[in-house]
Design a protein around this ligand. Sequence first.
Ligand code: SAH
Length: 250
Amino acid sequence: MKERPSFPAQLNRSTAKIRAPASPAAQMPAHGIGLDSSAVRQHMVRRLASQGLTDPRVLAAMQQVERHRFVDSALVNQAYEDTSLPIGLGQTISKPSVVARMAELLCQGVGGKLGRILEIGTGCGYQAAVLSLLAGEVYSMERLRGLHEKARDNLRYLRLPNLHLLFGDGMLGYAKGAPYAAIIAAAGGDAVPQAWLDQLAVGGRLVAPVVSGSGAPGQQTLLVIDKTAQGMRQSVLEGVHFVPLKSGLA
Ligand code: SAH
């Protein structure tokens, strides 16, 4: 496994500096002596709460998962900013606010933990780790072998027995684990693949970015689909920006 510097070690390096946060209340000590990543995450969680994210389960999961362990060491000082960051092979780790927002949508109306869920687009594995704290079982699919392996390396130390990483084309879903209490996609296509709708349990919810017909070319919106006994109920939410959903393996 690739050695990762721990967060304090990175901060204590003479060259490493945390970027000045926007809010003066969140000013960090100049050279991070005694600063641990939990305090930086707490600041991130407070910011999420101030943006209107309220689900205590989601906020606790965001507090717990160390996002800096999922990005390259050169980007560690940006790990808790609300920004997407490159993770290699042209892909990005989603912004914390987007991960939290989608997780909150999944948890809405569900008491306690979600059941078995499917994530499309493991990427570096960060969101998968967050989801593993919110659900009984998580299947996470990635179509790029390099990222599937990177996620496996990133996640090894966390030892999450309920998280299953799969190398495969998520457009086909993963029928063996179906039906899912929830399906979440971290990549946006022109439409929601039928396989996802088929594999969603009745009473389950799907959250996915989809390229919207209107607006600028390639513009995406967040879609929520609830599968009910009477059929699918769809809500179109805010505009979002995700990497494209692609078919096949690479
Ligand atoms: N949640 C991830 C975000 C990764 S970006 C994280 O926390 O890092 C989205 C990922 O979706 C990319 O890695 C991309 O390769 C993957 N992806 C795109 N189309 C896919 C498909 N059909 N099946 C599986 N993964 C796919």
